[in-house]
Design a protein around this ligand. Structure first.
Ligand code: FAD
Length: 504
């Protein structure tokens, strides 16, 4: 029976592994950390359970499709809950917008919070975004972005290209449809879902707010970390294996240049003619594999601007405010200054002085030690850990001081929990890099800055025979739904095991 090696048990690696195991392959996953999930991490402290990465599930049908491929319904293994209020947005002028979780209710809520006519503005924008989504979902997200795959499909009509506006930026699209500064700010925020700058990210990212608002915002009872646990259990049930605490140090090739196995930090060598790498593409081509093709790919992978990182504060809160929303966004006074700092415009990369603050405070008894306590996750966008460029998140005192500043900003905006914090833990971009071996702690692989970014993202089928890439640093990009789709694309490219084909 053919054996496939997967490097990394992040969501991308797990998604590929469970699908391949369900297709009859023997699958062995090697993970350097002690648990599965990668960026979808969990930290527990005295009865508080914190998600350290994702806090929002979008496009639940992709999750459903993934579990269905393993023989179960997602509803049987996870308690998925649709949120009535997707998020509370607080703008610098004091406006508060509680965004409904149902699409039909959104225009009225925007009118009520921002003024008559604003809801219609947003609806007109969403209609355009929906057209983009319909045109791009199958073509760009669910298929490998390769020349041969594109040749197999009929070319898109010119009207489709017009609707997607490949040369327009997200900011440009906002200016076209939205007169209200607050709505433009809201749209800008969706560029951050791919670690990008809205002034440079393509208009096609308008599909992100559309898909979130059309398909809803979701939570997993007990925390999103349960997705990784459930995938690990499915892999186990299908006969796949994961070895934790096992770092892969090299992908090896035979004299013809075809993949023939991997080397491990403990000195072992594992033979395999198919290797699926969930490690960051820059690491795969830059250091794990050493062939002339890999060297060329390493150069190409370094071309797009990497996604920014995140600075996370986990707060064990006593007596949290009763009306604290599940998701809350405190918008920065100067959003452009935030993107300038993240990408090092007008000076090198630097912590954002007054960043937009995102708070996730699930009302879920399963993640707290008792009543009147809260397990809060606070996230601000942060430049990557890059000491060579002058951004050293390990510099003495920096992370602690920055955490204090974030708590102060929250207090300035009416969310003062400083006296109620029983315990806090900081996860800086440097820590994210160490935990997941992601260079610089980039959240989403490469950013979508610039119209060519999607095409510069490494493909799922490598030019090195036998090697496949899965996860946020490869096509179609970062974020849980896309990472799961990359697992599906890779499993389809590899196909079922020969035994299952002949059995069928
Ligand atoms: C703070 C934060 C908030 C986020 N919020 C959201 C959100 O709300 N919604 C959403 O959809 N997405 C969110 N994301 C993004 C989402 O978490 C990622 O896109 C996704 O989890 C990435 O999965 P992956 O499999 O591509 O990579 P990873 O999770 O990085 O997995 C890679 C795995 O490979 C392992 N590995 C690497 N190198 C080696 C090696 N040499 N040997 C062995 N193992 C190795 C790593 O340890 C890791 O487990 C967030 C991410 C972060 C960090």
């Amino acid at each position: 029976m053919s054996e496939i090696v997967v490097i990394g048990a992040g969501v991308g690696g797990l998604a590929a592994a469970v699908r391949l195991a369900a297709a009859g392959h023997q699958v062995r996953v090697f993970e350097q950390a002690q648990t599965a999930g990668g960026k979808l991490g969990v930290i527990s402290h005295e009865g508080f359970v914190f998600d350290t990465g994702p806090s929002l599930v979008t496009l639940p049908d992709i999750l459903e499709d993934l579990f269905a491929a393993t023989g179960v319904s997602v509803r049987d293994v996870l308690d998925l809950q649709r949120l009535d209020t997707a998020a509370q947005y607080r703008f610098p002028d004091g406006t508060v917008l509680d965004m409904p979780g149902e699409l039909a209710q959104i225009p009225a809520a925007i009118d009520a919070a921002l003024g008559a006519g604003r809801g219609a503005e947003w609806s007109a924008f969403l209609r355009r975004a929906e057209r983009m989504w319909d045109l791009s979902r199958e073509m760009f997200l669910e298929s490998p972005l390769t020349v041969s795959a594109m040749r197999r499909r009929p070319p898109p009509p010119l009207s489709a290209l017009g609707a997607i506006s490949p040369l327009r930026s997200m900011r440009g699209l906002g200016r076209r449809y939205l007169k209200d500064e607050r709505l433009r700010m809201l749209l800008d925020r969706y560029a951050t879902y791919t670690g990008s700058d809205p002034r440079r990210a393509p208009a096609a990212l308008a599909t992100v707010p559309w898909s979130e608002q059309a398909y809803g915002s979701w939570y997993v009872a007990g925390g999103l970390g349960r997705i990784a646990t459930a995938l690990q259990e499915r892999l186990d049930a299908l006969g796949g294996r994961i070895e934790f605490d096992t770092e892969v140090t090299a992908i090896t090739t035979d004299p013809s240049g075809r993949v023939d196995g991997i080397s491990l930090a403990d000195g072992r060598r594992i033979s395999a003619d198919t290797v699926v790498a969930n490690a960051d593409a820059r690491t795969v081509y830059g250091s794990l594999i050493r062939t002339p093709t890999a060297t060329r790919m390493a150069k190409r992978v370094r071309t797009p601007t990497p996604s920014f990182s995140g600075f996370v504060l986990l707060l064990a809160v006593d007596d949290p405010p009763a009306d604290q929303p599940h998701h809350q966004i405190l918008f920065a006074e100067d959003y452009d200054a935030e993107f300038d700092a993240l990408f090092g415009r007008n000076g090198g990369p630097r912590p954002v002085e007054r960043p937009t603050v995102y708070i996730s405070a699930p009302d879920d008894p399963a993640i707290v030690p008792g009543p009147d306590t809260g397990a809060w996750f606070v996230l601000v966008n942060a430049p990557r850990h890059d000491p060579a460029a002058g951004m050293d998140w390990d510099a003495p005192g920096l992370a602690e001081d920055y955490a204090d500043r974030i708590l102060q900003i929250m207090a300035d905006r009416g969310v003062d929990v400083r006296a109620r914090v029983r315990h806090r833990q900081i996860l800086s971009p440097a820590e994210l890099e160490r935990r997941t071996l992601t260079p610089g702690g980039s959240i989403y692989g490469s950013s979508s800055n610039g119209p060519r970014a999607a095409f510069l993202r490494p493909g799922n089928e490598s030019r090195i025979p036998g090697l496949y890439l899965v996860g946020g640093s490869s096509h179609p990009g970062g974020g849980l739904p896309l990472v799961m789709l990359s697992g599906k694309i890779v499993a389809e490219l590899i196909g079922p095991a020969e035994e299952s084909v002949s059995d069928a």
